[in-house]
Write a protein that binds this ligand. Structure first.
Ligand code: 5GP
Length: 115
């Protein structure tokens, strides 16, 4: 299902600025505007998928690609001692932007369970 354009579409289309750290044909990664850790990067598909709740089998290669990109970025920014990846889904999941995105958080010790 396609979605209403979000702030992330504007970042993809370079209509608003972002600190982009990685881009390829399928995805974009940029620094979160309100970082919750010393490293806080968002990795998003260019395809306008609202959330994890909307994906189906045809999105499997894309979702796998996003994870590979996350792993590569984590290595590039020096997160050898670990990091947290977060994928908030829907209102109860704490999702605020309706364009699927992984958070990559690092350079601090994370707690469990998350809030
Ligand atoms: P969610 O709560 O939907 O999982 O996360 C949305 C994230 O997008 C938040 O961490 C928020 O700080 C970030 N964000 C919202 N608007 C912008 C923006 O315009 N630019 C950037 N770089 N990040 C944004």
């Amino acid at each position: 299902m396609n979605h209403e354009p979000t702030v992330f579409d504007k970042i993809i289309n370079r209509e608003i600025p972002a600190e982009i750290v990685y881009e390829d044909e399928h995805c974009l990664a940029f620094k979160d505007i309100n970082p919750q850790a010393p490293v806080h990067i968002l990795v998003i598909p260019k395809k306008p998928i609202v959330s994890l709740a909307e994906i189906d089998e045809q999105d499997a290669p894309l979702m796998g690609h996003l994870l590979v990109v996350l792993s590569k970025i984590a290595r590039q920014v020096g997160l050898e001692s670990g990091y947290r990846t977060v994928l908030n889904t829907g209102p109860d999941g704490g999702q605020e932007v309706n364009h699927l995105h992984f958070h990559l958080l690092g350079k601090r010790s994370m707690k469990w369970p998350p809030g």
